[in-house]
Design a protein around this ligand. Structure first.
Ligand code: KIV
Ligand code: ZN
Length: 587
């Protein structure tokens, strides 16, 4: 890459010459990495946060309509912003940053719409962002005319890098920007007594700012604003760029809280971005360290890698037994509105909401989940203890049906779970293995996941439609009590063998026994009954029943048969025929 630099020639005229720029190495450095360096730790040997736990929800502030919106390729229209605002209110947000009214007309108009149409509920406070610049602050106050309450969020950047590279200013000059901005806000707020203004100040790039300087500038702002415990200032300490491990963020927050004068007159707010992918962790540790308020967005939308994800944070709290005071009972609805308004998509593996997060592909996981669910169902309101599922999918409006999907990696337990939960078919345990193999073969051949419908079709095909070589045409039985022999049942059955109907008769100690005798005498000389099970497939007298029969052939192989009928006796006879057909087909 080359750059042009204007230089002065001997005759005084400016003439561009081409100077070679330093050639930057491409690709990652190997071995001794000198291009980057570790973020220095905070000197806080008696840090308290590691032994604390989070016991309550912070104050949440959504910045979806500002940090989130500014990071969209196509920013939201007013209609979309209204839809998003309405969603945020319904979810329970009490503080919502609605935009940067001095930066764009649409943001200004949106705020006016909220005010003029009285769309802000009494228990919700809107927040507006503004840089510490006079013209922008004045324009911001124009947008606030007629509001009962508002948080005015003013910021300027404080880190050494920003001071040097972006502003070319020293520390006193940077402090002066903040102080003058807050003085003006104080003056304009006094001129607008009908609107209760809360001040929020952000030393932007706090995460990279020397802690002593961050403290100095915040205290300079406090000196101007004069907050009290009854009317506190919000000090928002942003990890504008996430540059260190979450423990460093926690140390920064604890250090700041411990050194801040007038601590009780300030609300410490966290505003983490996710550059290292640890925004949620950093925020959680920041809460342990003294943070009381959290700014973030739904599903972590926002600049670059996004702001901290408030859905994950809130549901993380919930799964620790803390009421997050945000309601994500219908998470799919929240996602649908989010995706429509932002034109972003939520990843399939996104915590709590992704398409696949309540799905287990692995057989052992499926089995464990099924067992956990069965036990959980027995104990209502019990502590949630289902392996592999940190949250009950029902709590966020997801269904159990989606929990287990089947592919060739899936185990028998998962297949049985799907049949039971989707179709009420409760195969006997030993049958799980037999049917599991059938499903694995199909999944292997198709090379893809099977839906619940395909699993049901495979079950019907393997058992309920297994009609060859034998097909039961009719079955009658008579019972007669014999002295000293209990009840003897005689049966007459018509069986089509490869299409040719034969009549069979035999006696036994029950209808199944009588029918098996008849089959043994005429058609299949040697097999034994190993097990029998049945259950109804619905409720009421017209409900179908399903019967399962397991037989063993002389070679020791076992086969299951299953059949359904509104008459349970007929279902079991057909199940015997099915088991015999499967045994014959296997030869
Ligand atoms: O990330 C950031 O620092 C911000 C500030 C405006 C608070 O968004
Ligand atoms: Zn931000």
């Amino acid at each position: 890459m080359i750059k042009e630099y204007p230089i002065t020639n001997g005759n005084g005229s400016h003439k561009p010459i081409v100077a070679p720029a330093k050639v930057r190495q491409t690709g990652m450095q190997k071995g001794h990495v000198t291009k980057y360096q570790a973020f220095p730790p905070v000197d806080l040997p008696d840090r308290q946060w590691p032994s604390r736990t989070i016991t309550g929800a912070p104050t949440w502030c959504s910045v979806d309509l500002r940090d989130g919106n500014q990071a969209l390729a196509i920013p939201m229209s007013i209609a979309e912003k209204l839809e998003m605002f309405d969603l945020l209110v319904k979810l329970g947000f009490k503080e919502i940053e609605v935009g940067f009214p001095a930066a764009s007309q649409i943001e200004f108009d949106f705020i006016r719409r909220l005010v003029d149409e009285d769309l802000i509920p009494d228990d919700v406070t809107i927040q507006v962002l503004v840089q510490a610049r006079e013209s922008l602050i004045r324009r911001t106050f124009e947008a606030l005319q007629g509001l009962k309450r508002a948080i005015v969020h003013i910021y300027n950047s404080t880190s050494p890098l920003q001071r040097r590279v972006v502003f070319g200013m020293d520390k006193p000059q940077i402090v002066d920007i903040a102080v003058r901005g807050v003085e003006l806000i104080k003056q304009l707020a006094a001129e607008m007594p009908a609107t209760a203004i809360t001040l929020q100040y952000s030393p932007e790039s706090f995460s990279s700012t020397e802690l002593e300087f961050a403290l100095e500038i915040c205290e300079a702002v406090i000196d101007v604003w004069q907050p009290t415990p009854q009317k506190p200032i919000i000090l928002n300490l942003p990890a504008t760029v996430e540059v260190a491990t979450p423990n460093v963020h926690a140390d920064q927050i604890e250090w700041f809280c411990r050194h801040l004068r007038d601590r009780e007159s300030a609300i410490i707010s966290l505003h983490t971005h996710n550059d290292r992918g640890a925004g949620v962790a950093a925020t959680e540790l920041g809460l342990l360290a003294g943070g009381e308020r959290v700014e973030g967005t739904l599903f972590g939308n926002g600049e670059r890698t996004g702001n901290v994800d408030l859905v994950t944070l809130a549901l993380n709290l919930y799964t620790q037994g803390v009421d997050p005071r945000l309601d994500f009972s219908d998470i799919d609805h929240v996602r649908a509105i989010y995706e429509r308004c932002t034109r972003m998509t939520v990843h399939e593996r996104h915590p709590y909401v992704g398409e696949l997060v309540f799905t287990a592909f692995s057989g052992s996981h499926q089995d464990a989940i099924r067992k956990g669910m069965d036990l959980q169902d027995l104990a209502d309101e019990a502590l949630w203890q289902v392996p592999y599922l940190p949250i009950d999918p029902k709590d966020v409006g997801r269904t159990y049906e989606a929990i287990i999907r089947i592919n060739s990696q899936s185990g028998k337990g998962g297949v049985a779970y799907v049949l039971e939960n989707e179709f009420g078919i409760q195969m006997p345990k030993a049958m799980h293995i037999e049917f599991g193999k059938i499903i694995n073969e199909i999944a292997d051949t198709q090379g893809k996941e099977l839906s619940a419908t395909q699993i049901r079709q495979a079950f019907d095909q393997a058992y309920l439609h297994c009609n060859s070589p034998f097909q039961l045409e009719s079955f009658h039985r008579e019972a007669a009590s014999q002295p000293n022999q209990g009840t003897i049942v005689t049966c007459v059955a018509e069986i089509a063998v490869d299409g040719v109907v034969q009549e069979l008769r035999a006696a036994g100690n029950g209808p199944i026994d009588a029918f098996m005798q008849a089959m043994k005498e005429e058609l299949v000389p040697d097999f034994t009954l190993l097990s029998y099970a049945e259950h109804s497939l619905g409720q009421g007298s017209e409900a179908e029943a399903i019967a399962y029969i397991q037989i063993q052939t002389p070679s020791g192989k076992t086969f299951f048969g299953a059949s359904t009928d509104t008459n349970i006796e007929l279902a079991s006879i057909k199940a015997v025929v099915c088991a015999l057909n499967r045994a014959m087909q296997a030869h």
